[in-house]
Write a protein that binds this ligand. Structure first.
Ligand code: DHB
Ligand code: FE
Length: 278
């Protein structure tokens, strides 16, 4: 028995696909080429690399679905499903991407996630506060952070590097604060040696993403916030290969002097505001 959701969504899917086929006047060769691309994407996919997701990413699908997820929650809040204290403008979400890892150990606030020397790479003091739907700082929230190394690779792409290089988890303190030392991230290409790369090439598009840091922020009673921050000095902010940039997530990396000491109260700076869970 078809579920109500299937009954609702599939007629739309079929109608829109047919519209596309007619409007673009698609040939049998093109259709077979598309099928083969999907077969190849499935065949080379593994737990470490989901090529099918990469293909959907360069078409902007993951990013749009992510935005729909967030606006759906906001619509519910606006419709009064939430209690009246729910925040109307929570931090924007952004795609998870292929390099999230579960099971990363929590380390103390203030400790470094650079696990091998990176000579010449700009070290970054990254700190801030997590706020709940009521606008108050959230203690004991999980803050999971990951970014690429200066060579453009994430830890799982470089088995020769120390485990969890440029990746770490933290718990917010009693005042909702987290802090770590990481690197200023590097603009880098998404893996483009298979189907996703083929698609990009066909469209004369580059595979680069602007420099970004990923966040996964989880707290009781709140919707988990998956997001990224983008370096305002980076290239590719306006033509991200996977369409994930949101204006409000672009941040300025402030240069510091040699004798910089981190403020005792690592408050403010990178704030994230969570949504209520439904
Ligand atoms: C993708 C996203 C990322 O954040 C990344 O680092 C690489 C690839 C993606 O969506 O394909
Ligand atoms: Fe990334």
């Amino acid at each position: 028995k078809a579920s109500p959701r299937v009954k609702q969504a599939f007629p739309i899917l079929i109608r829109k696909i047919h519209e596309f086929l007619i409007e673009a006047d698609v040939t049998t060769e093109e259709w077979m080429e598309a099928c083969n691309l999907m077969v190849e994407a499935g065949a080379i996919s593994s737990e470490k690399r989901n090529e099918v997701v990469l293909v959907t990413d360069v078409l902007g699908i993951e990013s749009l679905v992510n935005t729909l997820d967030q606006t759906r929650v906001q619509r519910k809040a606006a419709n009064g499903v939430a209690n009246s204290s729910a925040k109307e403008n929570p931090t924007d979400s952004a795609i998870l991407g292929p390099f999230y890892r579960s099971g990363v150990p929590v380390q103390p606030n203030g400790t470094c996630i650079i696990r091998q020397d990176e000579p010449g790479a700009p070290y970054t003091h990254l700190f801030g506060t997590i706020y709940g739907a009521d606008g108050k700082p959230l203690p004991n929230a999980l803050v999971d952070i990951w970014h690429d190394a200066p060579d453009g690779f994430y830890d799982a792409q470089s088995p020769e590097k120390p485990e969890y290089h440029c990746r770490g988890r933290f718990k917010t303190d009693a005042e909702g604060r987290y802090s770590t030392v990481c690197l200023r991230p590097t603009a880098y290409p998404i893996p483009f040696d298979h189907s996703a790369g083929k698609l990009l090439q066909m469209m004369d598009r580059h595979p680069y993403r602007p420099a970004h840091i990923h966040f996964w922020i989880e707290a009781d009673g709140h919707k988990t916030l998956v997001t990224q921050i983008f370096d305002s000095d980076s290239d590719y902010l306006t033509d991200d290969a996977v369409f994930a940039v949101r204006d409000k997530l672009i941040v300025y990396f402030q240069p510091i002097s040699k004798d910089y000491t981190p403020p005792k109260e690592c408050e403010g700076k990178m704030k994230f505001e969570l949504q209520q869970d439904f």
